[in-house]
Design a protein around this ligand. Structure first.
Ligand code: NDP
Ligand code: PYC
Length: 354
């Protein structure tokens, strides 16, 4: 990639950056703040993908939390993922209290190979700090011609339906289906009404949040993002989202020998760091499971997906893929405030050290 982190600063409040500039800036910030080269590269890749695809809650702004978690002494910036193979269809990766992304990168080829051999395979990532969106991971699985699912937990920020006290994380679930000659079908959503990052972005920019996203610490509905962050977020779909979130707590937690969101929150002990827990990733091979009629099965899938978009309904990820194409042509726009904040991350420490 071409190295340039300067950016084309506009006169108004926005800054235009090429995708390469976002990546290079992210690598610079992460490296300067102590992340090893392999970790800086995969974290920068995920952050750049988020910004490129207009997923603001998991784009450049996440560098702030990465650096804060690092400065709090919580995350290991250089741990080498440790892979084990407890069963023919299982690969388990201990991230060693580093961010999850390098563990995923190293586990993915084993996951794909095991799925092609067994029809189904599981990648369990343990002991990882986790900040990233899940769609890049299921998209990567689909690029192997496999269907993919990923789920993870976070800190206990979300109240169960009918309750008022936080138990669940924002617990995202992502799915991808490979489409011959086309972008995969992908969805990726928090089981809370929105990602917590979205509420944080509302607070940063002084915007109120819609009703139904959260309650305050007294259990009352609120549209104030600060009160929401201090209170409890709500699940989507009432008791249905609540049950899905419970499932994710169990499958990405105790099933794979890892923590729940309550345990992650307890470990954090008010430090405000990124959550520390596990992630469950599943790959399924249509060539093995499809009773020897792969082409016909894929055609059936295409007909069903066409029946959705054929009536004007949009497929999930359609907005994201359009944003990706646009960003590749025009670069991305970020607020000058965020750009300056990110550019200066860790500079204070460097000055103190001099
Ligand atoms: P959104 O509600 O913005 O979007 C969820 C999904 O629904 C996307 O696939 C989106 O596609 C799709 N979608 C949105 N609107 C429509 C529509 N009208 N018709 C069809 N599909 C639609 O996401 P969330 O706020 O729930 O989550 C955002 C991100 O946060 C996710 O990527 C998630 O992985 C991440 N996250 C990560 C956590 C972690 O612990 N690591 C915790 C919680 C969230 P499109 O993108 O094209 O709009
Ligand atoms: O936005 O909910 C969120 C989130 C939690 C951890 C990473 N992202």
């Amino acid at each position: 990639m071409q190295r340039s982190t300067g950016g084309n600063v506009n006169n108004n409040d926005m800054v235009n950056l090429s995708i390469d500039q976002v990546y290079d800036l992210s690598v610079d910030v992460l490296s300067r703040n102590g992340f090893s080269a392999p970790h800086a590269a995969v974290i920068a890749k995920a952050i750049t993908a988020g910004q490129r695809d207009d997923c603001q809650s998991h784009g450049m702004y996440r560098l702030i939390a990465c650096v804060q978690t690092m400065q709090a002494g919580l995350v290991d910036p250089a741990a080498v993922p440790a892979l084990t193979h407890p069963a023919p269809a299982v690969v388990q990766v201990d991230a060693g209290r580093a961010y999850s992304l390098l563990a995923f990168e190293e586990g993915l080829p084993h996951l794909a190979e095991k799925a092609r051999r067994n029809g189904v395979a599981v990648l369990a990532i343990n002991n990882c700090f986790h900040f990233s969106a899940l769609w890049p991971e299921v998209e990567a699985i689909a690029s192997h011609g496999l269907a993919g699912m990923a789920m993870t937990i976070s800190h206990s920020w979300v109240a169960p339906a009918g309750g008022t006290r936080p138990v669940f994380g924002t617990n995202p679930f992502a799915f991808a289906w490979p489409r011959p000659g086309d972008s995969p079908y992908v969805f990726d959503f928090a089981t809370s009404m929105v990602a917590r990052g979205e509420i944080e972005l509302h607070r940063r920019t002084g915007r109120s949040i819609p009703e139904g996203w959260a309650i305050d610490r007294d259990g009352q509905p609120t549209t104030d993002p600060a009160a929401a962050l201090d209170g409890a977020m709500l699940t989507f779909g009432s008791y249905k989202g609540s049950a899905l979130s419970t499932m994710i707590e169990l499958l990405a937690g105790p099933l794979i020998g890892d923590w729940t969101s309550l345990q992650s929150q307890a470990f954090d002990a008010g430090a405000g760091g990124t959550p520390l827990h596990g992630e469950l990733v599943i790959a399924l091979d249509p060539a093995i499971l499809g009773r020897g009629q792969l082409a016909a099965n894929m055609n059936g899938a295409e007909a069903m997906l066409d029946a959705i978009s054929g009536q004007g309904a949009r497929l999930p990820s359609e907005r994201r893929f359009k944003a990706r194409a646009r960003s590749q042509q025009e670069g991305v726009w970020v607020s000058r405030k965020l750009y300056e904040e990110v550019k200066n991350l860790g500079m204070e420490c460097q000055k103190e050290l001099k």
